[in-house]
Write a protein that binds this ligand. Structure first.
Ligand SMILES: C[S@@+](CC[C@H](N)C(=O)[O-])C[C@H]1O[C@@H](n2cnc3c(N)ncnc32)[C@H](O)[C@@H]1O
Length: 583
C-alpha cells in the first residue's frame, strides 16, 4: 500500500533540486521500491485525463470520502490498467474502497474508449496522450533527447554501429514525436545538422544504463549547450588544429569543458598537447562534479581543473596563462530560458468531493498514517512540460532548479557580473577568441551584455569584435535564430515595444549573436551565445588607461566574493543560495 502513498508524497511535496527520477531514487522516507514508484507515476500520468473522466463519471469520490483525487487516480490506474491490479493486500481499506466500484469503473472505462472510437487499449492510450499534448499546447513541437558523441572515447561512426545500430534515421525532429511504448517504434534517430556528433532520439529514451553512457562514450547534453564550444573551436581538423590553451572560466558541471575536449580530440590534440584546457568553477561543490564529469569523459589528461577558483581572481598576466588563446564563459544567469527542468509529470485529476479540502502544500516532516495521508493529499500534482533535459541532477546536467522568480534588480546584478566576467576574459594577453553564453532569454543578460562589452575600453583598446556569421563554423552559420534588438514575449515571441530595453547594435552584430527559443520546432530551450575575436587592426593606439570592466561593475561582487561573505556569515558552504542559474 505504501506504493500509492509514496507516489502521492513524491508528487505533492515541493520540488527540491534534481530531476524527478533522481528525487525518487534519493528520497529517504519511502517504503516502496523507487523503481516501482517511478513506473507507477509515469504510467498513470499517461492516462490521467481518461482516468479522471472515468472516476468523475463513476462518482467514486463522492462515495469514498477517504480517497483524494490523486490517490484515487493512481489506484484506479492499477485497477484498470496494471496487469497485476492494485498492489496491496485484498483486505486493505483503500484497495477495497476502489475495488467495490470495479464494475462501474470498468464500464466507464469501456465507454470512454468507445467515445474515442478506439478498438484497443493501445489505441486508447495513444488517443489520450494526443489529447494531453494538445491540451498542453505541445502538439506542434517536440523536445527530443539530445545525445552528444564523445570523440575522446568513441566516434559517431562507432556509436551508429553499436548504441544506435537498431535505430532508424529520420529527416525531421517532428518525426521523433512517437506515441506509445513500442520500443522498436521509438528507435528513431535524427542527425543534427548544426552541431557535429550530436543526435536526437525520442523524448524519454533512457541511456543511463547503457554501456556507452556508463563508459562516457555518449553524453546527454542539450543542443543549445553545445553551441559555445563549437562556436569557439569550429570545424578544425588535424591540419589546422587549435593553437594555444583554452580556459573554461565558469565550467561546472562540465558540459562545455568536456565538449571542448571532445572537439580537440577530433584534432588529435590529446596526443600532442596534454592539459590544453584549464577549467574552473568558483563553487567548490560544483567543482567536484566538474572533476567527475571530466574523468567520466576520459578527459583527465586534457583538462586541468581548478576547484573553487573564481575566474575573476585569476591574474591574466600570470605566466600560467601565457598560452591561453581561447576562453569560454558561461556564467551564472537567470535561467529564464530553461524549459521544464522540473520534469514532474503533470496530472489532470478528477473532481474532489465537495468536503475534500485541497491541500497543495505538504512537505511532510514525519511519516503520517495511511489515513492522515489520505486527508493530506492534494488535488494538484506538480506540473511541468516535458524537457529536453530531464536529467537535472545527473552529473552532466547543466542547471539547477530555480528557487524563485527573477526581479529586475537581480537581472541587473547578474548582467553586471556577466559583463565583468567577459571583459576580464578579454584582458588575457594572448587571447584571440572568446565566447559568452547564457541560458537566459532576457535581452539585459544577452545582447545588452554584448553591447556593453563591445563598448568597453578593453574591447576597443585590444581590438575585440564580434565573430561575424560568415566567420562562424559551418553548422552554426546555418542557424537561423539570431540576436534581437528588444526583449520578446516568451509566449508569442513578438517583440516587446514601448519602453522595454533595447540595444543599439548593427544588423551585422545582431546577426553574429545566436539565439535559441523554447516552444518552436527546434526542440530547445532559450539560449544565447556570441563569439568575440581579436582583430589587432582594430586595436586603438591609445594605451589601456584603466581596466574598464572594474568601472562597469562597480559594486558588483563576484560569485566567489559572495560565497566568501556568506561563508563568513554562516560558516557553511554557500551552494544553497541561488545566485543565478548555474548551468
Ligand atoms: C551556467 S553554469 C556553467 C555551466 C557549464 N558551463 C556547463 O556547461 O556545464 C555557471 C557556473 O559558473 C560558476 N561561476 C559563477 N561565477 C563564477 C566566477 N566568478 N568564477 C568561476 N565560476 C563562476 C557557477 O558556480 C556555475 O557553476
Amino acid at each position: 500500500m505504501s506504493l500509492y502513498f509514496d507516489a502521492v508524497n513524491i508528487l505533492t511535496e515541493p520540488a527540491s533540486g534534481g530531476s524527478f527520477k533522481s528525487r525518487i531514487y534519493s528520497a529517504r522516507n519511502l517504503r516502496a521500491q523507487p523503481a516501482q514508484i517511478y513506473a507507477l507515476i509515469i504510467e498513470a500520468s499517461k492516462w490521467d485525463r481518461l482516468l479522471a473522466e472515468v472516476i468523475d463519471r463513476s462518482e467514486l469520490l463522492k462515495v469514498e470520502r477517504k480517497l483524494t483525487p490523486l490517490l484515487a487516480l493512481l489506484l484506479v490506474h492499477d485497477l484498470l490498467i496494471a496487469k497485476k491490479g492494485i498492489a496491496a493486500p485484498t483486505t486493505h481499506t483503500i484497495r477495497q474502497n476502489v475495488e467495490r466500484h470495479k464494475v462501474r469503473l470498468k464500464a466507464e472505462f469501456t465507454k470512454a474508449r468507445v467515445r474515442r472510437g478506439c478498438a484497443t487499449v493501445e489505441q486508447l492510450k495513444a488517443a489520450v496522450m494526443r489529447e494531453k499534448r494538445e491540451l498542453n499546447g505541445t502538439d506542434d513541437f517536440v523536445y527530443p533527447r539530445w545525445v552528444r558523441v564523445n570523440n575522446i572515447r568513441s566516434s559517431l561512426e562507432q556509436q551508429m554501429s553499436t548504441t544506435f545500430s537498431s535505430y532508424r534515421r529520420v529527416d525531421t525532429l517532428a518525426e521523433l514525436a512517437v506515441e506509445g511504448d513500442d520500443r522498436a517504434a521509438r528507435q528513431l534517430i535524427y542527425m543534427d545538422p548544426h552541431i557535429p556528433e550530436l543526435v536526437a532520439v525520442p523524448y524519454g529514451a533512457d541511456f543511463t544504463s547503457s554501456a556507452a553512457y556508463k563508459n562516457g562514450e555518449i553524453i546527454l547534453q542539450d543542443k543549445a549547450s553545445c553551441f559555445p564550444a563549437y562556436l569557439l573551436l569550429g570545424d578544425r581538423g588535424i591540419k589546422d588544429a587549435w593553437e594555444g590553451q583554452l580556459v573554461d572560466g565558469c565550467a561546472a558541471p562540465g558540459n562545455k569543458t568536456t565538449h571542448m575536449a571532445s572537439l580537440l580530440a577530433k584534432q588529435e590534440m590529446q596526443k600532442t598537447q596534454p592539459k590544453q584546457i584549464i577549467s574552473m568553477d568558483a563553487s567548490r561543490m560544483r567543482s567536484k562534479t566538474l572533476k567527475k564529469m571530466v574523468a567520466q569523459a576520459g578527459a583527465d589528461s586534457m583538462v586541468t581543473v581548478l576547484q573553487g577558483q573564481d575566474f575573476l581572481a585569476l591574474d591574466p598576466m600570470d605566466s600560467r596563462f601565457e598560452q591561453v588563446s581561447g576562453l569560454l564563459l558561461d556564467p551564472s544567469c537567470s535561467g529564464s530560458g530553461i524549459i521544464g527542468r522540473d520534469d514532474v509529470p503533470e496530472f489532470t485529476l478528477p473532481q474532489a468531493a465537495p468536503s475534500q479540502a485541497p491541500n497543495t502544500q505538504g512537505k511532510k516532516r514525519k511519516r503520517p498514517t495511511d489515513d492522515d495521508q489520505s486527508k493530506d493529499q492534494q488535488k494538484k500534482a506538480a506540473a511541468a512540460a516535458p524537457s529536453a533535459s530531464n536529467m537535472a541532477s545527473d552529473p552532466e546536467d547543466e542547471n539547477d532548479i530555480p528557487s524563485g522568480t527573477v526581479d529586475h534588480e537581480r537581472l541587473v546584478k547578474l548582467s553586471n557580473l556577466q559583463a565583468r566576467i567577459v571583459e576580464h576574459a578579454l584582458t588575457f594577453p594572448n587571447a584571440t577568441h572568446v565566447t559568452y553564453s547564457t541560458c537566459s532569454i532576457h535581452l539585459i543578460e544577452n545582447e545588452s551584455v554584448v553591447e556593453r562589452i563591445l563598448a568597453s575600453k578593453v574591447a576597443k583598446e585590444r581590438g575585440w569584435r564580434l565573430l561575424r556569421r560568415d566567420e562562424q563554423p559551418s553548422g552554426l552559420r546555418k542557424w537561423k535564430h539570431r540576436g534581437v534588438r528588444r526583449d520578446r514575449d516568451p509566449e508569442t515571441k513578438a517583440e516587446l515595444e514601448s519602453d522595454s530595453l533595447s540595444v543599439d547594435l548593427s544588423d551585422e552584430s545582431l546577426d553574429a549573436c545566436l539565439r535559441c527559443w523554447s516552444g518552436d520546432a527546434e526542440g530547445l530551450g532559450g539560449f544565447f551565445v556570441a563569439g568575440f575575436i581579436r582583430d589587432p587592426q582594430l586595436a586603438s593606439s591609445e594605451p589601456l588607461a584603466s581596466s574598464s570592466h572594474v568601472d562597469a561593475a562597480k559594486g558588483v561582487k563576484s560569485q566567489k566574493e559572495e560565497e566568501e561573505e556568506k561563508d563568513d556569515d554562516s560558516g557553511s558552504d554557500s551552494d544553497d543560495e541561488w545566485g543565478g542559474f548555474s548551468d
